[in-house]
Design a protein around this ligand. Structure first.
Ligand SMILES: NC(=O)c1ccc[n+]([C@@H]2O[C@H](COP(=O)([O-])OP(=O)(O)OC[C@H]3O[C@@H](n4cnc5c(N)ncnc54)[C@H](O)[C@@H]3O)[C@@H](O)[C@H]2O)c1
Ligand SMILES: O=C(O)C[C@H](O)C(=O)O
Length: 311
């Protein structure tokens, strides 16, 4: 199975590294616009093979889309990341043009591929990819919920002082500091509601920390995060390539689900070899429904800024 990752920067290269290390695909092509950069990242990753024991072939190319031919999955991580103090939404001016041209280029060589969109503002970039390419909605997946949910589980595990892997929890809504919705009511510690162990005040703090999880790391690192983002993309790609049918919160095109239309927004999905195989309709309470509607309004406002790019 072949995966192309466009944008061999922090997130793209980390994703390639995790895919190779875990043997998720037989081949990974890294493509970047910066001369020699993807080649260098690929060579560095390949020089791990004997010490970590993987057999995936990772190669790098400078803007040569012919090398991406017949990719089963294409991941788009090209574009600029935010700096401390910025929102993801501020990236739209530069990233929209990059994401649109990358999506068009990859499809010339891989018309049947499934596209995973990572560049920010991710929900809007996913919507742009869908509108610009006209691909069926099951083949365009925005990655944000997998990452936000892993951060939610991390903060819950810290509050509980128990391992993250014993915590089950999901974040839906937009992938933005104010638009994501940690589903605290449904979070559990080995099947037992977390509210049995944590006060409302502690749970509110966990939710607030989760929502600004990306901003916190951007403040600490000077650019946005890459280890957990890269691993989250690899987790999603694994479910596609190996038809795992995992339930993952992804930004997908909604046509009536959750009362939303003509928008890409994070909701629980079954992800398998056909991409988005099912959008799960879960019962939200009134407060969660109101938060999802507000989140959708914010993402829709951002999408309106795509008019000139889509014209
Ligand atoms: N959805 C998420 O959960 C999530 C998580 C982390 C980062 N991101 C986003 O992913 C993007 C990449 O982040 P990063 O930290 O890897 O940034 P980075 O700067 O390290 O890497 C981006 C790479 O894209 C390349 N690039 C730019 N234009 C290109 C083009 N036209 N064709 C090919 N390559 C091109 C750059 O040369 C660079 O190497 C950012 O927009 C960031 O906000 C999203
Ligand atoms: O925070 C960012 O800007 C990058 C990414 O969306 C993240 O959540 O890490």
């Amino acid at each position: 199975m072949k995966v192309t990752i466009v944008g061999a920067g922090n997130v793209g290269a980390t994703c390639a590294d995790v895919i190779a290390y875990r043997g998720i695909a037989s081949e990974v092509v890294l493509l970047d616009i910066k001369e020699g950069f993807a080649e260098g990242k690929a060579m560095d990753i390949m020089q791990c093979a004997t010490n970590t024991g993987f057999n995936t072939k990772v190669s790098g190319v400078t803007n040569d889309y012919s090398k991406t031919v017949n990719s089963d999955v294409v991941v788009i991580t090209s574009g600029i990341p935010r700096k401390p103090g910025m929102t993801r939404e501020e990236l739209i001016g530069i990233n929209a043009g990059i994401v649109k041209s990358v999506a068009e280029n990859v499809l010339k060589y891989s018309p049947n591929t499934i596209v995973v969109v990572v560049s920010n503002p991710m929900d809007t970039m996913t919507y742009l990819t869908l509108k610009a390419t006209g691909l069926p909605k099951n083949r365009i997946i925005g990655m944000g919920g997998a990452l936000d949910s892993s951060r939610f589980r991390y903060y819950l595990s810290k509050a509980l002082d128990k391992p993250s892997n014993d915590v089950s929890a999901m974040v839906i809504g937009g992938h933005g500091d104010t638009t994501m919705i940690p589903l605290t009511r449904l979070a559990s510690y080995n099947g037992i509601p977390v509210s049995e162990f944590l006060s409302q005040e502690a749970l509110d703090k966990v939710a607030a920390d989760t929502m600004v999880g990306g901003a916190t790391l951007t403040g600490l690192l000077g650019t946005s995060a890459w280890y957990a983002p890269g691993a989250s993309v690899a987790y999603l790609v694994d479910s596609i390539l190996n038809d795992q049918k995992k339930m993952i919160a992804c930004s997908v095109f909604l046509e009536g689900e959750y009362g939303q239309n003509d928008i890409c927004l994070g909701v629980p999905c079954i992800i398998g070899k056909n991409g988005v195989e099912e959008i799960l309709s879960i019962n939200l309470d009134e407060k969660e429904k109101a938060l999802l509607a507000k989140s959708a309004d914010a993402v829709r406002n951002m999408n309106a800024d795509l008019k000139s790019v889509l014209a």
